[in-house]
Design a protein around this ligand. Structure first.
Ligand code: S3P
Length: 429
């Protein structure tokens, strides 16, 4: 799908972002192995979550649509069944990696594959520690790429320093550790999103966090089902927070948005850049902090980001690069080599596509340098089938001097199917 966009005169209004994708995956996976029924409200409407749900259904879990979400009928610790076919994780690495952890502990054969983008993403990072725990698990290209095949069984706990700050890797191991004999201890090089830890604790797991160490001691009793209302996804809200800050005539309010500190780097960096951004009505929902966030037209300036900040905004870097194009001065993002193995090589694709729109943008091996001050002029660009790049290009179009045409605009369906409609609702004139 091609999308043609022009900068609107103003951006004005209030909206609720779709349910958080990371939290939704965890809510359906962990409730699937709990004993009893749970209601998951306001789940992510994206294709990634649907992939997780269809894999779990193929493994024998009853998940049915009800009201504003899903009822998950948990099968307990021993209730999963061998799937009759290859499991399809579609575009979703979270699905593949978290299920790899779960299936490593199940006494049957599973094969998980996905679309061409997912089949080029690194899986050695989960295969290696899951094998250390006792799983028989293989991947293509000497155990580095999907499809992956798993003959699960009895596992034992491990003491493992995570080589990268990846919440998907951490979560895959913690899910496997629920079924292992003996405790598992992980050390994180930098903090990554902690939704799995929060949810596991709320469901009765014995999980302790001390500094950068996470210890899970398995219990014989199954997890308790957890009803929850999923907070709005800050990674989706990030597009409107950025748009509101860089559009010259904007006032946008985002309600019910997750602000978990392991995810809220975009708020901190937009503020560091000078954004006129307010956080109101902070409260808790399903064990996660949420708030309403307002943002108004702002004069931004360039910043340098690196280190601990990176995992806190890893998915927001393409749209942050758009903010940096509109800012005065230079923005330097480093320590983000993981971007090279996301849905696309997001360093290469962000640099290529923002350059097409008039950006003065340069790639580093582990980051991006953006020379601001000019703002986008518009032009013809492509999403590379990457949802976050498609939406970042959409935000650039909102302030571009000329028309912007985005090919592959349907990529947004992966996490935010209503993105273009929400853009229309906020745009005036
Ligand atoms: C996610 C973790 C991050 C993030 C991805 C979702 C998760 O990936 O980029 O969009 O739900 O755990 P890594 O854990 O690989 O960094």
């Amino acid at each position: 799908m091609k999308k043609s966009l022009k900068s609107p005169k103003s951006l004005y209004g209030e909206l609720t972002p779709p349910g958080d994708k990371s939290i939704s995956h965890r809510a359906v996976i962990l409730n699937s192995i709990a004993q009893g029924e749970a209601m998951v409200r306001n789940p992510s409407p994206g294709a990634d979550l649907l992939a997780t749900i269809s894999c779990l259904r193929a493994l024998g879990v009853g998940i049915k649509e009800a009201g504003d979400g899903f009822i998950v009928r948990g099968v307990g610790r021993d209730g999963l069944k061998e799937a009759p076919d290859v499991l399809d994780a579609a575009n979703s690495a979270t699905t593949m990696r978290l299920l790899a952890g779960l299936l490593s502990a199940q006494p049957f054969l599973s094969i998980i594959s996905g679309d061409p983008s997912l089949r080029s993403r690194p899986m050695g990072r989960v295969i290696y520690p899951l094998r250390m725990m006792g799983a028989e698990i293989w991947g293509r290209e000497r155990d580095s790429l999907p499809p992956i095949a798993i003959r699960g069984g009895r596992l034992h706990g491990i003491d493992y320093p995570l080589p990268i700050p990846s919440a998907q890797l951490k979560s895959a191991i913690l899910i496997a550790a629920l079924f292992a004999e003996g405790k598992t201890t992980l050390q994180e090089p930098l903090p990554s999103r902690d939704h799995t830890e929060r949810m596991l604790r709320a469901m009765g797991a014995d999980l302790k966090v001390s500094g950068n160490r996470i210890t899970l001691t398995p219990r014989d009793t199954p997890l308790s089902p957890l009803d929850m209302s999923v907070p709005g996804d800050i990674s989706s809200a990030a597009f409107w927070l950025t748009a509101g800050a860089i559009h010259p005539n904007a006032r946008v309010r985002i309600v019910n948005c997750g602000i978990n500190p392991t995810r809220s780097g975009i708020i901190d960096v937009l503020k560091m850049m000078g954004a006129n951004l307010k956080i109101e009505n902070q409260r808790m929902e399903g064990g996660e902090p949420i708030a309403d966030i307002s943002v108004e037209s702002s004069r931004l300036h360039g910043v340098e980001i690196d280190g601990e900040m990176i995992p806190r905004l890893i998915d927001e870097i393409p749209v942050l690069a758009v903010a940096a194009m509109a800012a005065q001065g230079t923005t330097i993002i480093r320590g983000a080599g993981e971007l090279r193995v996301k849905e696309s090589d997001r360093i290469a694709t962000t640099v290529e596509e923002l350059s097409r729109l008039g950006g003065r943008v340069e790639g580093l091996p582990d980051g991006i340098v953006i020379n601001g001050g000019m703002g986008p002029v518009g032009g013809h660009c492509h999403s590379h089938n990457d949802h976050r790049l498609a939406m970042a290009l959409g935000v650039a179009a909102l302030i571009a001097r000329g028309e912007t045409v985005i090919d592959g605009a349907e990529a947004v369906d992966v996490s935010y199917p209503g993105f273009w409609q929400d853009m229309e609702r906020l745009s005036e004139g």
